[in-house]
Design a protein around this ligand. Structure first.
Ligand SMILES: C[S@@+](CC[C@H](N)C(=O)[O-])C[C@H]1O[C@@H](n2cnc3c(N)ncnc32)[C@H](O)[C@@H]1O
Length: 281
């Protein structure tokens, strides 16, 4: 193994034997449940049907916002998926990775045994770090450095998929508020194809934040010890498992009904969440 520790992050080995990256201050580990590669593939690439999208139709590029590049597991999974489509790929992949600190990627690149999925992309990742962009036939990977919310303010691209993968709301609170989800919603495709956003959190407060941010919200795939995660969409019809009356009942009884960043909800916000789940109410 190369460098084990950076200033803010360090490499750790999970019980499963898989290597992962931990933020030293919070102790929080990236992809703690099943390790980086398995989670990147299951929760983001496979669940959002990236392969089918890339092989479907022709023309317009497919834009992904990778919010929290970290050790680049999600980004690597997306590029690996694009490469594996071979001649069946009909669309170019435009991957935009938002990240405030590139130390996690540098640590992962220093440990090729611990992060084997990065090996075929090591030159690409180094070019991304040095020049801010890397390209090959049909794939462009661009770094949006600094605070993601600031970068999103001036973002011109419109996302078809969003990998929402910051640290938890306790560690990275700014990226989980209704305002953050509303900003993401405004930078999503607004057309028929729309946009899907996946995240590992399934908490009531996260879902309240998304609903207030203007997203339709549904249940996402399980991962490790989490029985479910969350997928949000610009249009309800894009969700395979939208939240329904049972979730609404639980939300109404919950002591954690407010979104992240707030303690209370106004009557209008209560009504908005209710109607977003059961339009007839
Ligand atoms: C859980 S890790 C991401 C893991 C990564 N997606 C992967 O596949 O390896 C969260 C990342 O979000 C970054 N981050 C936190 N707040 C941010 C912000 N406001 N803007 C941009 N990046 C942020 C952290 O520095 C960290 O690298």
């Amino acid at each position: 193994m190369g460098r084990l520790k950076g200033e803010r992050f360090e490499l750790v080995t999970l019980h499963s034997g898989t290597r992962a990256i931990r933020e030293r201050r919070s102790g929080e580990v990236m992809h703690p449940a099943v390790g980086p590669w398995a989670e990147a593939c299951a929760l983001y690439v496979d669940q959002l049907h990236l392969r089918e999208r890339l092989c479907d139709g022709a023309g317009e590029p497919l834009v992904i916002f990778d919010v929290g590049l970290g050790g680049a597991a999600n980004a690597a999974a997306a590029i690996t998926c694009a490469r594996s489509c071979g001649g069946g790929r009909r669309r170019t992949l435009e991957l935009l990775s938002f990240e405030v600190d590139t130390e996690p990627l540098k640590l992962a690149l220093d440990d090729p045994e611990g992060f084997p999925f990065l090996r075929p992309l090591a030159d690409a990742a180094r070019t991304l770090l040095d020049q801010g962009v890397w390209e090959e036939d049909g794939v462009r990977w661009t770094l949006r450095p600094g605070d993601a919310l600031k970068a999103l303010e001036s973002e011109k691209a419109r996302a078809e998929l969003i990998f929402h993968d910051p640290f938890s709301p306790e560690t990275n609170p700014a990226l989980w508020t209704p305002e953050a989800f509303a900003l993401l919603r405004s930078r999503a495709r607004q057309d028929e194809r729309g946009c899907l956003l996946a995240t590992y959190s399934a908490s009531t407060r996260t879902r309240a934040s998304m609903l207030l941010g203007g997203w339709n919200v549904g249940v996402g795939a399980a991962t490790g010890f989490k029985k479910e995660t969350t997928v949000a969409a610009t249009r309800r019809a894009l969700l395979s498992n939208p939240l329904g009356p049972r979730w609404l009942e639980r939300w109404q009884r919950s002591s954690a009904r407010a979104p992240w960043g707030r303690d209370t909800l106004s009557a209008e916000e209560e009504a908005l969440i209710t109607r977003a789940i059961v339009p007839a109410l």
